[in-house]
Design a protein around this ligand. Structure first.
Ligand code: FAD
Length: 388
């Protein structure tokens, strides 16, 4: 098989993660995909090896690595045909706790998350009636004594069944009582072990990819007032501060997926002979793969730029959004061109192409759809009028 010479930084991490991934071949993922099951074994190994705690500071039992290292971990997982989608949220949701949580919350949760004793993999933001218009979300948390009472509904809350903790965004002050619609929202760290079946009902959503995603209903769900993360009413800011990290990390997964497809597509184009020559000799096959490769290289440069700005504590909003946009589009191009290269065999499950092709489509839609990334660039970078 053709092997491309990809990234050179963190070569030790790349080698170790690749070794871990070699124990989880395509059949492992295919089997889970068919049964819509969570990759417990893979996530356990990622946790035990410390990679899922890469961004948790050493004082809390993590590795205390920069985001570039986390980006390399996720890229490598995906370039080796595995998927971190089942667990990646932990890497960025814990950032909200780290940056905005109280000392007590950090001491209590971060070491347990780092060791794998607790999973923080559910992030409840999106709602069925308001979608991308996050500040209009309807879930209400009302303070009553030393509790908050939560009512409302979330959708696409991935891994709510498998997670112990959920980071929840809810409205604490009605929208007509705040000066700006971004105000009056609050973040909570909900212990799902206490509320499942007790004010909180979780239902799986069957989807075209194995993502363990759910809808979550809250009916008079009582949570301790100490679940609040940061200052009441400033939850939107708390979430935003983690979103650039999320975009850089998701872009890295998309980049890894794109690398996976280029390797597969090039290898197949060299091997497969039709009309007495390798199909890769036809420019109709070769050029699209080269274009996808070039687009992935450009995406990688933006990911590196965004990560460097993030690690230097500088504003990386523009770079993180562009990285997410370029990487998700380049990965989709690589997936679709490889799909075409495989001809009819792309449809046969044993080649893993159809499954990965389905999976890579997600990055153009979630965690933020690419139209909303373009809206961000139009308004905040180019200075065009807000269109919505
Ligand atoms: C598998 C999966 C897992 C997910 N996991 C999570 C999770 O764990 N937690 C969570 O909170 N969310 C999660 N999401 C939700 C995801 O973030 C949203 O689906 C995404 O942000 C888009 O929101 P929406 O589906 O409501 O689309 P909508 O907001 O309804 O938008 C529909 C389409 O219209 C476009 N559109 C809307 N408004 C505009 C505008 N003003 N200008 C241009 N285009 C516009 C959008 O770009 C999109 O293409 C997940 C989604 C999926 C599919």
């Amino acid at each position: 098989m053709a092997e491309m010479n990809y990234g050179v930084d963190y070569s030790d991490i790349r080698e170790q993660v690749a070794r871990l991934c070699s124990h989880f071949p395509g059949e492992y993922w295919q089997n889970l995909d068919e049964k819509a099951e969570y990759p417990h074994e893979f996530v356990n190994q990622l946790t035990e090896s410390g990679y899922l705690a890469a961004l948790i500071p050493e004082i809390y039992g993590g590795a205390g690595l920069p985001i570039r290292a986390a980006s390399v971990i996720l890229e490598t997982i995906h370039s080796h045909g595995c998927s971190a989608a089942a667990s990646h949220a932990q890497m960025y949701t814990m950032g909200t706790v780290l940056r905005h949580g109280s000392d007590e919350q950090k001491q209590r949760y971060l070491p347990a998350i780092a060791s794998g004793e607790l999973r923080l993999q559910a992030f409840g933001v999106t709602e069925p009636t308001t979608g991308s218009d996050t500040t209009q979300l309807k879930t209400r948390a009302e303070k009553k004594g030393d509790q908050y009472i939560v009512n409302g509904q979330k959708i696409w809350t991935s891994r709510a069944h498998q997670s112990d903790l959920m980071l929840l965004l809810a409205r604490t002050t009605p929208i007509d009582q705040v000066a700006k619609r971004t105000q009056g929202l609050s973040t909570f760290l909900v212990d799902l072990r206490d509320v499942r079946g007790n004010g909180c009902e979780i239902r799986s959503i069957p989807t075209m990819i194995n993502h363990n995603t759910t809808e979550v209903f809250f009916e008079d769900m009582a949570i301790p007032a100490s679940s609040l993360v940061g200052v009441e009413g400033e939850g939107f800011k708390n979430i935003l501060s983690g979103m650039n990290a999320e975009r850089i990390l998701i872009a890295s997964e998309a980049l890894g997926d794109g690398r996976y497809f280029i390797d597969k597509g090039v290898a197949y184009a060299n091997e497969r002979e039709v009309f007495g020559r390798p199909i890769g000799q036809n420019q109709g096959i070769a050029f699209p793969l080269a274009q996808a490769y070039a687009q992935l290289e450009a995406a990688e440069m933006m990911i590196r730029k965004a990560a460097a700005l993030y690690d230097a504590g500088q504003d990386c909003g523009e770079a993180a959004n562009i990285a997410k946009y370029l990487a998700s589009e380049a990965a989709w191009k690589a997936a679709d061109e490889t799909f075409q290269t495989f001809g009819g065999f792309a449809f046969a499950k044993e080649y893993q192409i159809e499954r990965k092709w389905r999976e890579v489509r997600l990055w153009r839609t979630a965690p933020i759809s690419n139209n909303m990334v373009l809206n961000f660039l139009c308004q905040n970078v180019l200075g065009l009028p807000r269109s919505y």
